[in-house]
Design a protein around this ligand. Structure first.
Ligand code: COA
Length: 159
């Protein structure tokens, strides 16, 4: 396998929307009460020959860079790490103070993944997913590891 990473371009947008719908259903993400449409954000795609095998999107706000979505379709092959590294590199170039993201309390895999890559837990926003569910009723009540999904957990990497 030879997975490459490249920046999402305007030309990718129709395919990216389709890719998102096929893999994750609804076309938007809710975090800290805000609605994001990943295809409107900056991002990188992981690809293997013509096949897309991962994506990451992010947004700059002041001196912060927020990772809005990260998904690997072939886990444990280094794709998630490559995508994170691409965004951290981009944030450094823009002189960001930190890279941060929100995950949910059930996602033990992501909590481990990020912490092993230098992110630290900075806040638990209790009940925030219950609020997000009012905007996006499709968010399941029970998530990964059979854990009720309730809270947003914020992680950051200071650059
Ligand atoms: C979290 C997520 C993005 C990680 O992506 P990934 O592609 O599996 O990440 P990597 O392959 O880089 O790393 C995962 C593990 O595989 C290991 N790995 C990487 N390359 C490997 C290889 N060639 N052989 C064996 N193991 C390997 C890594 O060491 C890592 O283990 P560690 O965390 O114990 O160090 C992925 O699990 C995912 O898409 N989850 C669902 C969506 C999600 O939760 N997104 C984040 C929410 S905010």
């Amino acid at each position: 396998m030879n997975v490459g990473i490249r920046r999402l371009s305007q030309d990718d947008l129709p395919r990216f929307r389709k890719f998102w719908r096929e893999n994750w259903g609804e076309e938007f993400v809710v975090a800290h009460g805000e609605v994001y449409h990943p295809h409107t954000l900056d991002g990188f795609i992981a690809f293997d020959a013509g096949e897309w095998v991962g994506e990451i999107t992010y947004i700059f706000s002041g001196n912060d860079c927020e990772i809005v979505s990260l998904d690997s379709l072939r886990e444990s092959q280094g794709i998630g790490t490559k995508l994170i590294n691409a965004v951290v590199e981009e944030a450094r170039k823009r002189n960001c103070r930190r890279v941060f993201l929100i995950t949910t309390n059930d996602n033990l895999n992501a909590l481990g993944f990020y912490q092993k890559r230098g992110f630290e837990l900075v806040a638990v926003h209790r009940g925030a997913v219950n609020e997000s569910r009012k905007i996006k009723p499709g968010i399941p009540l029970i998530g990964e590891n059979n854990i009720p999904i309730r809270d947003e957990i914020e992680l950051e990497m200071i650059l």
